[in-house]
Design a binder for this molecule. Structure first.
Ligand code: SF4
Length: 504
């Protein structure tokens, strides 16, 4: 049996890649072959796959969710991995740091009087470099504003008064969370954004990925993008989620398993009972970080949880799609969640996986809870739960940056279960954290030197963000440990990297 010689799996059962750290091998029972984990098992060439007609429009071949969405968006009956297709975009998201470049390319290529292809499908979200005195950062937003006014863009979440974000009713905050909260994420659609973590929206059962400035400018003018159809890796996560784990642990585990290049230009489809039990925000955390494994997109099938979330977010109609039973996956990885422990990614790579408890001798200088990955309402609720359970105060400066204006409001209004009526903001204050800051990307990507929470010295930080490359949060000699909000809060309470099971 040849391994890895063909890109498609015919046998999807018994592809056991187990959860770190218990097992380091996978057994294909049918083939009676023991091989190293990460290998592809049981492969046949595509032409040997005897597929039955599927229920997807006019297609006669089974397809994955990602393939179906791209086929529909390309106005084709079917597409295959590796095929290039002109795809219609349903939404194009642009942020403040990419808008000036995109506008310049758009005007150069389409002309100064050109109009965007659809003013209602373009969403412009200032979020990266907002609360700073850096004039160049302000200029980004000014250019975005001028463009949106000129083009009559329907969804421009503007900020003009930086002294008080609440004085800007249109301002949202971090784009990926705002897109979901404002109803721009819908099952079955294609969402492109000029930010690599646009993959977050795959949580809604849609194809969502990052696009460069040139592609974005082309989409602005035509509504289309040329995409190579990615093959799909399937990740099966089964088992009841232990109360000390969060989605961040699950995705750090996967990235640690397959490495930062393990899913290069692949769709990462998440299935299984654990995934089905996750909230939409937790599913977003999973899909957010697929890019750290090189994934083209992450995707979770829409279900009742999705539809419930969307109920008060959008009145637009949408049509979910689902992977066919006989869809072909490049590989399948299976994880038993009961064996996963709280994890961190050590400096300086998201795949530098380690058990939180094994890093308990790492002294830290600060904790940062924020970003599109770890700055959602449920992330703060999780951190508050740890502070509440401990009854202690933090030992290091603890920075809290809500992703959006709505998240910020939630911290002051939603009661934390089991707290006797306290909100997150009260619990954070009692624990000695910094007050929640103005919503934005803040120090997740460093930003100008006066950015809130930025690492301006070579300090050690436990962070709920998604990247820990040298310099990512500011100082190039800073050390960032990526962690879940549980682990971040527990670490704040001890001043060392800490397994949250010490408190919950
Ligand atoms: S919060 Fe961080 S990762 Fe997310 S969009 Fe902003 S800079 Fe990028």
């Amino acid at each position: 049996m040849a391994l890895s010689c063909s890109p498609f799996i015919s046998c999807q059962r018994d592809l056991g890649v187990f959860a770190f750290p218990s097992s380091s091998f996978a057994i294909d029972k049918r083939c009676k072959t023991t091989i190293s984990k990460k290998k592809i098992l049981c492969v046949v060439s595509p032409q040997k796959n005897k597929s039955k007609p599927c229920a997807t429009g006019s297609s006669k071949i089974p397809m994955t969710m990602t393939e179906k969405i791209l086929a529909r968006a390309a106005e084709k009956g079917e597409v295959r991995p590796g095929e290039n297709a002109w795809v219609n975009a349903d939404v194009l998201m642009i942020n403040d740091i990419t808008c000036p470049g995109i506008c310049g390319i758009f005007n150069k290529e389409f002309g100064n009087t050109a109009k965007v292809w659809d003013r209602e499908k373009v969403v412009v979200i200032p979020d990266h470099y907002i609360f700073t005195n850096d004039e160049r950062a302000h200029r980004n937003v000014d250019i975005a504003r001028d463009f949106c006014i000129e083009q009559d863009i329907k969804y421009f979440y503007d900020i003009q008064d930086r002294s008080n974000f609440r004085a800007n009713p249109d301002y949202k905050g971090v784009c990926h969370v705002a897109l979901a909260q404002e109803g721009h994420c819908r099952p079955g659609e294609v969402l492109l954004g000029t930010d690599s973590h646009t993959t977050s929206a795959g949580a809604f059962g849609q194809f969502a990925t990052g696009a460069g400035n040139t592609d974005a400018a082309f989409i602005l003018g035509t509504g289309k993008i040329l995409l190579k159809v990615p093959a799909t890796l399937r990740f099966v996560l089964d088992g009841e989620m232990p109360n000390y784990l969060l989605a961040k642990d699950l995705i750090l585990n996967i990235i640690g398993e397959i490495s930062m290049s393990g899913a290069t230009y692949k769709a990462m489809e998440f299935v299984g009972t654990t995934i089905e039990s996750l909230s939409m925000e937790e599913r977003m955390t999973m899909c957010n970080m697929v890019i750290e494994a090189g994934g083209k997109n992450g995707i979770v099938a829409a279900d009742r949880t999705t539809y419930k979330y969307l109920e008060d977010k959008t009145s637009a109609s949408y049509e979910p799609v689902f992977s066919d039973e006989k869809a072909r996956f490049l590989a399948q990885y299976r994880f038993d969640i009961s064996e996963v422990e709280p994890l961190v990614a050590k400096p300086h790579s998201p795949d530098n996986r380690a058990l939180a408890r094994e890093c308990n001798n790492v002294k830290i200088d600060r904790v940062y809870i924020g970003s599109c990955t770890g700055g959602k309402t449920e992330d703060f609720m999780a951190a508050a739960k740890v502070f509440l359970a401990s009854g202690k105060r933090v030992k290091v400066p603890t920075f809290l940056v809500p992703a959006t204006q709505k998240v910020w409001m939630d911290l002051y209004t939603i009661e934390v279960p089991g707290s006797g009526g306290k909100t997150c903001s009260v619990i954070f204050e009692e624990a000695g954290c910094d007050p929640p800051a103005s919503p934005s990307c803040a120090a997740c990507m460093g930003g100008p030197k006066d950015t809130y929470g930025r690492l301006n010295e070579p300090q050690v930080c436990v962070s709920t963000t998604n990247r820990n490359f040298p310099g990512r949060m500011g100082h190039k000699e800073g050390q960032v440990y990526l962690a879940s909000p549980y682990t971040a809060a527990a670490s704040a309470l001890t001043g060392f990297v800490t397994d949250p099971r010490e408190f919950i």
